[in-house]
Design a binder for this molecule. Structure first.
Ligand code: AFP
Length: 360
């Protein structure tokens, strides 16, 4: 398609900004800085093992007691370097940093906060499976913007419905940026020659119905009854209460799962389970569940903890984990319904036939 007929990310943002004549342009500039970070990470990921900074082959370094794959740390650095200088942010928070990152005093402070997972799915790096970056933009408290008080972790603890933008980059066969600035969800594909993102998937909508679910089935013995019921019914297929067959997927890279769901529908579950009582789920609220949840809701899908809408959850800590269910609206609503229903009597044991109130 000739350049003249293609819309760049910059052009898209400017056209969207025309809705807000009073806009300063800070927001657009921030999104472009984030896009630059994602292009730089795409470049590093594309080198694979040749890059000398990948996962296990390149060795890893010990960060806060965890073995961090170097590309995780480098991706974090790329986000910081691309976004700290422009004067659009009052601070950043990342999966790779225990504490929030305040903008250095020699740079101007802006009115937004950026929260991100710089490289999600990084355990797939060594096996060359698609990984991604996830980001969320919030408004900073005015007192911080005005320099009346320093940035603190509390400033980031905003419910997901307060996000002003969210998106992800997917480093797959092609590199894509999927973004919402509050007017639906739009996909951009990177032209590696030009180094430019071009609008390739305008107005993405998540199909309301699906026959595909994604869950890590090795955790089934830890699932709560509503999740077990939902998955059992999917596995029963045509012979069971759903009356249709289902397909199952698990990539162990949430960005890749989310993208498949945007493209053809589906439902993703990483629910709260009993595996580790100290962890109410594996995924992180602020920089995984909330940005993906915002995108899902913007595209007509749904995101939930299983018990409540994800975007209404009041965060309590920067790196808190949470059970996450998202995707085709009908399936997520069914899973929520199962969580609302009282615990079911097991219907695979005929009542009274084998049970007695007086069994010893
Ligand atoms: P990593 O970033 O540590 O690879 O974790 C990826 C992830 O947060 C998410 O992207 C996957 O959906 C999920 O974890 C996979 O978890 P399991 O390895 O337990 O299946």
């Amino acid at each position: 398609m000739p350049l003249s007929q293609r819309t760049t990310l910059t052009q898209f943002l400017i056209e969207q900004r025309r809705r807000f004549p009073q806009a300063s342009g800070d927001f657009n500039a921030l999104i472009l800085d984030i896009a630059l970070a994602c292009k730089a990470i795409a470049g590093s990921v594309a080198y694979g093992a040749l890059g000398g900074v990948l996962g296990a082959q390149a060795g890893s370094i010990n960060v806060q007691g965890e073995e961090q794959k170097k590309l995780d740390v480098i991706s974090n650095e790329l986000f910081i370097r691309a976004c700290e200088w422009g004067g659009h942010l009052a601070g950043m928070a990342s999966e790779e940093m225990d504490e929030p990152y305040a903008i250095p005093p020699h740079y101007p402070r802006g009115k937004y906060l950026l929260v991100f997972d710089p490289l999600d799915g990084s355990s797939n790096i060594d096996v060359n499976v698609s990984v991604g970056s996830i980001f969320s933009v919030l408004r900073a408290p005015q007192a911080v913007v005005d320099g009346e008080r320093p940035l603190q972790a509390q400033d980031f603890l905003q419910p997901g419905e307060r996000q002003v933008a969210a998106g992800y980059a997917l480093y797959g066969p092609s590199t894509m940026l999927v973004l919402s600035v509050g007017t639906g969800v739009h996909g951009f594909t990177l032209d590696p020659q030009l180094g430019e993102f071009f609008l390739s998937h305008p107005d993405i909508r998540v199909p309301e119905k699906t026959q595909e679910f994604a869950i890590n089935a090795s955790n089934s013995r830890f699932w709560e009854p509503p999740v077990k019921r939902y998955v059992d019914e999917c596995l029963a297929g045509k012979t069971g209460p759903r009356g249709k067959d289902f397909n199952m997927r698990w990539i162990a890279s949430m960005v890749a799962e989310a993208h498949r769901i945007f493209m053809r529908g589906g439902v993703f579950l990483y629910p709260r389970d009993t595996k580790d009582p100290s962890k109410p789920g594996r995924l992180r609220l602020l920089y995984e569940a909330n940005p993906i949840g915002y995108l899902m809701e913007q595209a007509g899908g749904r995101a939930s903890t299983g018990r409540e809408p994800m975007l209404q959850v009041q965060p309590t800590s920067l790196h808190q984990r949470i059970g996450l269910v998202f995707g085709s609206r009908e399936e997520v609503e069914r899973i929520e319904q199962y969580h609302r229903e009282p615990a079911r009597v097991r219907d695979d044991i005929p009542l009274f036939a084998e049970r007695t109130l007086f069994r010893d």
